[in-house]
Structures are given as C-alpha cells and as structure tokens.
Design a protein. Structure first.
Length: 276
C-alpha cells in the first residue's frame, strides 16, 4: 500500500510514539472495513492468515518479533495459541482460526520497538504486511514535531484515499478530526512526504499554507491520543468520510487509513486548489 511507502519515509525521518489516524487502525484490503487493518489479499485459505513482519522505517523483514492475534473490537489478545515469533524472513502464518471469525487485529512487539497494532485483517488472507515501529523512529518524529510523547497515550498514522486498499488514490489537502482529539495535535505532510508543524492548520486552502496541507499525498498523523476507541472524520471541502479505530493503547502505535469509497463518491474528492 502507498501508505506503507509513506510510513517508511516518515519513519526514516521522523516517527512518534503517539499518532492516531485514519479510519481504523491498520488497513486491510477489504472495501467493507469499518476501520484499520492492512493490505488483505485473498488466497490464504479458510482459518488462516499469512503475512511478513516489516520494520516500519526500513521495510526490512524483522526477526524474533512476537506477533499475536487480537480481538478486532477490544484489541485484547486472543490467547497464547495465537502467538508466533517471526523467523529470519519475517514470514508468519496463523492456522486453525475458528470458523465464524472473519476479522482479526494484530499486535507486533519486540525489544527496541513500540507495540504496533493494526486491525481488520480478513481471515483467509495471505500476502499481508505486519508493521512494527522502532523506538528511535518514534523519538525522532516527536523531536521534529516538537512533541513530548506521553506514555499514557498512543499515536497512529495513515493516509486519506479515494477508493479502497486495492485502489488507493490519495486525497490531498484534506483535514482530519478525531474524537477524542489528540492532546498534541494532528499534523499533515508536505510535498517532501514529511509531517511538519507548519502544516498543522485548520484552513488548508489558506494561501499562507503554500501548497496546502498534505498536498496530493493524503498523509496525516495524530499525537498523544487518549487510549480507547477513536472516531475519525476526514473532510475534503463538503465531502465527509468517517470511520474508527477499535482501540488505541497507551505507549503504542496504531496504523490506519481513511477511504472515500467510489460507491459513495463517484469523483475524486480532492479539492481543486490542492495542487503541488
């Protein structure tokens, strides 16, 4: 997904331990998701879920990461039987997921990394990507944004798209609101694909913002968000799209995206003023 490309760039220059964004942590390739997840591809088989664990910044496979399935609503672990340790190539496959369980979340942990959550993975999917965010990346992002990370809060990052996870068209210059609001603000990305305090604005069309907030890339991030469920609303002019993150945990990262579906929005909702 394009979000992951952006996340890799973001992580390489800045990462924070407290963003919360996009309609639903993580983001799967399912057009009917209520929130988050990752790039769900079909073909894994009933009762299975396969993915590779990647470092959020380097996109390299991560060995010895603990990957566990979590409830897609509460975020609570499903049990030790749904916990795996990634090998050198980062590939993990869960099998025997009970019939009737259609969506699961994933938590990835490792020393030197932030606990990283993604939701809305389709059971039966293969070729997924589980991400884990390094502590150093989070600290660097916070430094660049001038934010002090609160270990009792969480953070998430994502993008705003027209389409679905299999057909992503970035919606530039959109504005995001979350409920509850992140205590250290929501930040947007510039043409360099990096978040900046200078673009933390409420009126993206204002000429003072130069190219506008998240011009033609759709990226945003929320810092120090209170733990719990988070509702997300994206605005692009009069076009509004909502979703939610099932649960943000303290001192952790949630990766998520917001999608304006082509069923509900027949034209790209990016506003005309938003040009690079």
């Amino acid at each position: 997904m394009k979000l992951y490309g952006f996340l890799a760039i973001l992580a390489s220059v800045i990462l924070m331990a407290g963003f919360a964004v996009m309609l639903g942590c993580g983001d799967d390739d399912d057009d009917n998701d209520s929130g988050g997840g990752d790039d769900d591809d079909s073909g894994g088989g009933a009762g299975t879920l396969s993915a590779v664990v990647h470092d959020f910044q380097t996109k390299m496979a991560v060995q010895d990461a603990v990957v566990e399935l979590v409830d897609n609503v509460s975020g609570d672990p499903l049990g030790d039987q749904w916990k795996l340790t990634s090998p050198s190539d980062g590939n993990v496959t869960f099998t025997g997921i009970p019939e009737g369980v259609d969506l699961v979340g994933v938590k990835v942990t490792k020393a030197g990394y932030k606990d990283t959550y993604q939701y809305d993975f389709n059971v039966g999917a293969s070729g997924e990507e589980f991400l884990v965010v390094g502590e150093s990346t989070a600290d660097l992002v916070a430094l660049i944004l001038g934010v002090t990370l609160d270990p009792t809060k969480g953070f998430a990052a994502g993008g705003i798209y027209w389409g679905d996870p299999t057909d992503e068209n970035p919606v530039g210059c959109a504005v995001v609101e979350t409920d509850p609001a992140p205590e250290s603000g929501i930040y947007y990305f510039g043409p360099d694909d990096l978040p900046t305090p200078d673009r933390n604005v409420d009126s993206p069309e204002n000429a003072a913002n130069g190219l506008g907030v998240n011009p033609l890339n759709g990226y945003w991030v929320g810092m120090n968000i209170p733990a719990g469920e988070v509702d997300i609303t994206a605005y692009s002019g009069d076009n509004v799209q909502t979703s939610f993150i099932p649960k943000v945990f303290p001192d952790s990262v949630c990766i998520a995206n917001v999608y304006y579906s082509k069923t509900d929005f027949t034209a790209d909702p990016t506003q005309a003023f938003c040009t690079e």
